[in-house]
Design a protein around this ligand. Structure first.
Ligand code: SF4
Length: 223
C-alpha cells in the first residue's frame, strides 16, 4: 500500500486511462500504484518490436498473468512485426535512443492513442518511461505527438521513476519473480547486446532462462 503523499491523480480532470505496457517488470509497480490510488485504467499491450516471437510471448504472457491477478483489463493488440520491420527499414545500425527508437515509440504510441480515441479513453500513458535505460524526454515527445491527431485524447507525461519508482519496480519484480529480459526488444538491440556481452566475455542471451530471483545471487546488465 502506498503512502498518502504518493497517491496519484489523473491530470486535467481525466477519467479513463489507457496505459500502454511493454512488460510485467516495467508495469508491475505502476499498476499497483494506480490501483492503490483508486484510478480506473486498462492496459494495452502493443509491442511488435519484440523479437523473436518466443521472447515476445514470454514478455506478453507474464504481463497478462499479472493483469489477470489484479483484475485489470488488458488489450492484447496485434503482433504486426512485419509493419515494424517496414517502418524501421534503413535504421538497422542506429544506436539505442536514436532515430530507430523514435520510430519504434511513435508506432506504439500512435496505435495506443488510436485505440484510446475509438474506445472512450481520454488519456494515455506508457510504462516505458520507468526504465532508467530509456530516454524519458524521447518517450514523452512520442507520447505527445501521438495524441495530436485525436482531439479527445491527451498524453500523461507522469515520471514513473518518481516516489522511488525505479527501486519499487525491482522490488515488485523480485517479489513476483518476473521474467527478466536482457535487451530492449528488437532484433538490433539483441544483436548489439550480444556483441557487448561477447566483448565482455559473457555468454550470449538465452531466451526464457533468467528470472528476477537471479538478482539476489548475481548482478547483470538488465534492460
Ligand atoms: S532499441 Fe528498443 S526502443 Fe529502440 S528500436 Fe529497438 S526495441 Fe525499439
Amino acid at each position: 500500500m502506498i503512502n498518502q503523499s504518493d497517491k496519484l491523480f489523473l491530470p486535467k480532470g481525466k477519467k479513463n486511462l489507457l496505459l500502454h505496457t511493454c512488460c510485467a517488470p516495467c508495469s508491475g509497480d505502476i499498476m499497483l500504484r494506480l490501483i492503490d490510488s483508486s484510478i480506473f485504467f486498462n492496459l494495452f499491450f502493443y509491442n511488435p518490436n519484440i523479437h523473436p516471437k518466443k521472447e515476445y510471448l514470454l514478455r506478453k504472457d507474464e504481463n497478462i498473468n499479472f493483469a489477470i491477478k489484479h483484475n485489470i483489463p488488458i488489450v492484447d493488440a496485434e503482433y504486426d512485426s512485419k509493419n515494424w520491420f517496414h517502418v524501421t527499414r534503413g535504421m538497422e545500425w542506429e544506436p539505442e535512443r536514436g532515430k530507430r527508437c523514435d520510430t519504434c515509440f511513435d508506432m506504439r504510441f500512435l496505435k495506443t492513442a488510436q485505440y484510446a480515441s475509438e474506445h472512450n479513453f481520454d488519456l494515455i500513458s506508457s510504462t516505458l518511461g520507468i526504465s532508467r535505460w530509456k530516454d524519458f524526454s524521447q518517450i514523452n515527445r512520442a507520447g505527445f505527438k501521438s495524441t495530436l491527431q485525436f482531439k479527445n485524447v491527451d498524453y500523461w507525461d507522469f515520471n514513473w521513476r518518481k516516489h522511488n519508482g525505479s527501486q519499487n519496480m525491482i522490488k515488485v519484480s523480485k517479489e513476483e519473480n518476473f521474467y527478466m529480459q536482457e535487451y530492449c526488444g528488437c532484433i538490433y538491440s539483441l544483436r548489439d547486446t550480444n556483441e557487448w556481452r561477447i566483448k565482455n566475455k559473457k555468454s550470449k542471451i538465452e531466451f526464457g532462462l533468467k528470472y528476477y530471483s537471479f538478482l539476489d545471487k548475481n548482478t547483470t546488465k538488465n534492460q
